[in-house]
Every structure is written in C-alpha cells, then in structure tokens.
Design a protein around this ligand. Structure first.
Ligand code: SF4
Ligand code: SF4
Ligand code: SF4
Length: 202
C-alpha cells in the first residue's frame, strides 16, 4: 500500500506542476515571439562590394563596423562551386602589392588572416598558372569587412565570395543597425518562412 501523501507534499507537487505549466507557457510564448520576428537578409545585388559594374569604388565596411555584436553577424562565404580556384586569387592576394620571389603578390587582402589557400592535388612548379587552390574562409575570424568580396568581383575574379547574414549568430534586432547604415539599402526584413526577396517573387 502506498504511503499517505502529506498536505505539505501535496502542496509541493502542485507548486512544481504549476511551475512546469508556467515554463511551458513561457517557452511557447518565446517560440511564438521568435517565430513572428522575421529575419534580415542582405541582397548581394545591391551591396556595393558585390554588385556588378561597381568597380574602382572604395570598399564599404559598414557590415563589419555597424553590427550591435562585437564580431559582426555578417560573414564572407566562398561559393566553391563558382570559385575558379585561381593561382592568383584577387580575393586572397592584394594584387597591387610587390611580387615576391615566387612570383606571387607579397601581401594578403584579408586584414584578419581569415582566408586559407590550399593546393588541390600535386603542384607543378613548372606550370604555376595550371595549379589550383582551394580558398576557405575561417568564419571565426571573418568580420564581414567585404574586402575579399570586392577583390573577387568580376571582372577581376568570378564573384564567388559574398557577404551573408549568419542567422545562427544574428540577434534579428527589430531595427538592424547595419540596415540603417547601409548606403545601398541592401538589407531587407522578411517575415518568418519567407526566403525570397520581394523582387524575386513571381
Ligand atoms: S552596409 Fe550595405 S553596401 Fe555596405 S557592405 Fe553592407 S550590404 Fe554592402
Ligand atoms: S570579409 Fe574581410 S575579414 Fe572576412 S574573409 Fe573577407 S577580407 Fe577577411
Ligand atoms: S539584426 Fe542586429 S545582430 Fe543582426 S546583423 Fe543587424 S545589427 Fe547585427
């Protein structure tokens, strides 16, 4: 036979039950709130660092400097399917720097040393231009300054590097401080579940 439940124990069970119900309610509320929030998207066709035709203009670094987070939620992404794996990548090298003893630009473009260059297959020293390299961005280091994006833009590169809002890092602020500062109006706030821009919808 089970032990009789004292009034004190009964009150304890009731309090825990109420607390759990309360927590459940709060969790549901938070999910609903987050779900209603929507997210910010960056239109790379508007961003001056990636917009085709905008060449010879200064790099815009506002995505790196205007985020409320100390390391911006905007990061560079290299689309490997599009990347030419170039011997001299204009997004990796500062192609205007002096040439070193290997015939390569002596300076890198990224101020945070966030891009690595790894040879693909065996390197043929007699035919350097026919060697290929993988360029990988270290997202822990990148702050979205956009320099590599501008460097890789056509016609110098193949436009394989772009800036992206990292939704796993972004706080989805109601008023994104980068969006407010963006000189190209490249940010768009989209409701939950909407992944295409207004001008992309059919
Ligand atoms: S603020 Fe606008 S123009 Fe500047 S880098 Fe960001 S998206 Fe591009
Ligand atoms: S966006 Fe800036 S920090 Fe990030 S990889 Fe490109 S050059 Fe480096
Ligand atoms: S919404 Fe907030 S956290 Fe996200 S990119 Fe804009 S300023 Fe940064």
């Amino acid at each position: 036979m089970s032990e009789p439940v004292t009034r004190r124990e009964m009150l304890g069970h009731a309090a825990r039950g109420a607390a759990l119900l309360g927590l459940g309610g709060t969790a549901t509320y938070l999910i609903v709130k987050a779900d209603r929030k929507g997210v910010w998207y960056l239109d790379i066709n508007r961003c001056i660092n990636s917009r085709l035709g905008a060449t010879g203009v200064p790099v815009c670094e506002k995505c790196a400097t205007e985020c409320v987070l100390s390391l911006s939620a905007i990061r560079a992404v290299n689309d490997h399917a599009k990347c030419g794996r170039c011997y001299i990548c204009p997004g990796y090298f500062n192609v205007t720097s002096a040439v070193d003893e290997d015939g390569l630009p002596s300076e890198k473009l990224c101020p945070r040393d966030a891009i690595s260059r790894t040879p693909i297959g065996e390197v043929d020293p007699n035919d350097p231009a026919n060697n290929y390299y993988e360029y990988t961005i270290d997202e822990q280091r990148c702050n979205g300054c956009g320099k590599c994006v501008m460097g890789c833009k056509e016609p110098a590169g193949l436009s394989s590097i772009r800036l992206e809002v990292r939704h796993d890092l972004c706080l989805a602020c109601n008023r994104c401080t980068i969006a407010s500062a963006c000189p190209e109006d490249a940010y768009e706030h989209r409701p939950p579940g909407v992944t295409t821009a207004k001008n992309e919808q059919t």
